[in-house]
Design a protein around this ligand. Structure first.
Ligand code: NAD
Length: 490
């Protein structure tokens, strides 16, 4: 696909401050807020605004939901066949790939993600999400139930209606597409509210959706803040049929309360405090390599981060020596440089939150600590008290606590001793132990001898304060459709 000149990626744009504008996209039109209100998106590396973004509130939320409602009730989208809808989503995936550089740099400038990650992981996964769910919906078989009474019953998966998708800033485009792709593939229409710290890529994606030929109103983007703003207005609107939310556990509670007033079903992908268990029989090179990625990818701003590392005592010293050396070797710098592995934290507010944990780290800081600007260097803390904030709370930064253990039971108990339960990692070369411990861990995902490997058919979600429900494959189908039973006498 050709890139239109207006959207062409300009590497020199970093110096041309405020040359970018990102509007809402409502009913197929990119537009300003009714009162013209805007906010700045700040590049966390330069600490300067790089774009102006439309600032929506209740009136713009109303317009966006109205457009989505009309597109659902009257438009062609829910009535199209799966093949036709799927072809449009594949076309959008093509355009995402063709505009990868611009999309990646938008996330990098908005929230400081290394551009190598944005380009190498987030954008390809966005295209893959669109392709996977387009195909999954088309090929997803319905169930049939022949009965002993001579009746025949089957299930139809009908679109739920208007979906409100509310996203966080840590994997902007990738997590937005994780919601949008299944919602659209099953015939829903969407109002997406990206996080205020990472608005740009959502507008670009919606521009591409118009170019791909998605009908007006099918994918709307609404910018603004959460409380008393665009986000809250969206969750309070009775014309919304589903709310899919990814973000903090505390926000999940507020959104669930708003949704309860309209009995709107909610899917919640919330925070985490991932336990990472390294047994003495692990392959040490594998364990160190993945443990580094588990905590320091995206500067630790990952819900799945392996932020609680538990290491069996016989290998503790050797593990720590290798782990600290690997942490120190990570390249910290300008996220726009291809070689950078750790960028700044996403915002000044978030930097203040993360560094507050280091003011009283409870244990001993082996390496790391605050860096220049909004950076925090890869930080390793040992001997933190089990009930300390650094050990119990989601820091969402490049900070890991390392705690020794002696027995398998002790490791499992420590891992499960958290109100979060999104994911856990196990490093062992003992097959029985791998299965046994995986079964005992209270988590939505357990990775053994790896991290972040995803099969889009598998359930994804969390236990406890990490969320409600699962998404992925048939799990997304259950949430984004109204399954209907049809029963007939034959
Ligand atoms: P956040 O909860 O502050 O914000 C997320 C989104 O919710 C933003 O778009 C925000 O504007 C909106 N919002 C805030 N208050 C709202 C309200 N009252 N009504 C409606 N919308 C509202 O989260 P964040 O800081 O953007 O993201 C970081 C959090 O997300 C971390 O806790 C992280 O673990 C979690 N997360 C979870 C997953 C997962 O899959 N489980 C993935 C990524 C991030």
């Amino acid at each position: 696909a050709e890139r239109s000149p207006s959207r062409a990626f300009r590497p020199d744009a970093t110096v041309a401050a405020m040359d970018e504008r990102f509007g809402h996209v409502i009913d197929g039109e990119e537009r300003a807020s009714l009162d013209g209100a805007e906010f700045d998106s700040v590049d966390p590396y330069t600490q300067s605004p790089w774009a102006r973004v439309a600032l929506g509130g209740a009136p713009e939320a109303d317009l966006a939901v109205t457009a989505a409602r009309r597109a659902f009730d009257e438009g062609p989208w829910p009535r199209m066949g799966f093949a036709e809808r799927g072809a449009l989503l594949h076309r959008l995936a093509d355009l995402v790939e063709a505009n990868a550089a611009e999309l990646a740099m938008a996330d990098t400038r908005d929230m400081g993600k290394p551009v190598s990650d944005a380009l190498g992981k987030d954008v390809p996964r966005t295209a893959q999400n669109l392709r996977f769910f387009a195909d999954h919906a088309r090929l997803s078989a319905s169930e049939a139930y022949p009965t002993d009474t001579g009746h025949h019953a089957y299930a139809r998966y009908e679109p739920a209606g208007v979906v409100a998708a509310i996203a966080p800033w840590n994997f902007p485009l990738m997590l937005e597409s994780w919601k949008i792709a299944p919602a659209l593939a099953w015939g829903n229409t969407v109002v997406l509210k990206p996080a205020e710290d990472s608005p740009a890529s959502a507008t670009i994606l919606a521009r591409l959706a118009v170019e791909a030929g998605l009908p007006p109103g099918v994918l709307n983007v609404l910018h603004g803040y959460g409380p008393d703003s665009a986000g809250a207005a969206l969750t309070a609107d009775p014309r919304v049929d589903r709310i899919t939310f990814t973000g903090e556990s505390s926000t999940g509670r507020v959104i669930t309360a708003a949704a309860a007033r309209n009995l709107t079903p909610v899917s919640l992908e919330l925070g985490g405090k991932g336990a990472n268990l390294v047994f003495a029989d692990a392959d040490l090179t594998t364990a160190v390599d993945w443990s580094i990625r588990a905590i320091f990818t995206n500067a630790g701003q990952v819900c799945l981060a392996g932020s609680r590392l538990y290491v069996q005592r016989p290998i503790l010293d050797e593990f720590l020596a290798r782990f600290v050396a690997a942490a120190d070797a990570l390249v910290v710098g300008d996220p726009k440089d291809a070689g950078t592995q750790i960028g700044p934290l996403s915002s000044q507010t978030h930097h203040a939150k993360v560094t507050s944990y280091l003011e009283d780290p409870s244990g001993k800081v082996l390496t790391g600590g605050p860096g220049d600007g909004w950076f925090v260097r890869p930080t390793v803390v040992v001997d933190a008290a089990p009930d300390s904030p650094i050990q119990c709370e989601e820091i969402f930064g490049p900070v890991v606590t390392v705690t020794p253990f002696d027995t398998e039971d002790e490791a499992v108990a420590a891992a499960n001793g958290s109100r979060y339960g999104l994911n856990a990692m196990v490093f062992t070369e003992n097959l029985s132990r791998a299965h046994r411990v995986s079964a005992r861990l209270r988590a939505g995902t357990v990775w053994t001898n790896c991290f972040f490997v995803r099969d889009l058919r598998a359930p994804f979600g969390g236990v406890g304060d990490s969320g409600w429900g699962r998404e992925g494959g048939t799990f997304s189908r259950e949430f984004f459709t109204e399954p209907k039973a049809v029963v007939m006498a034959i």
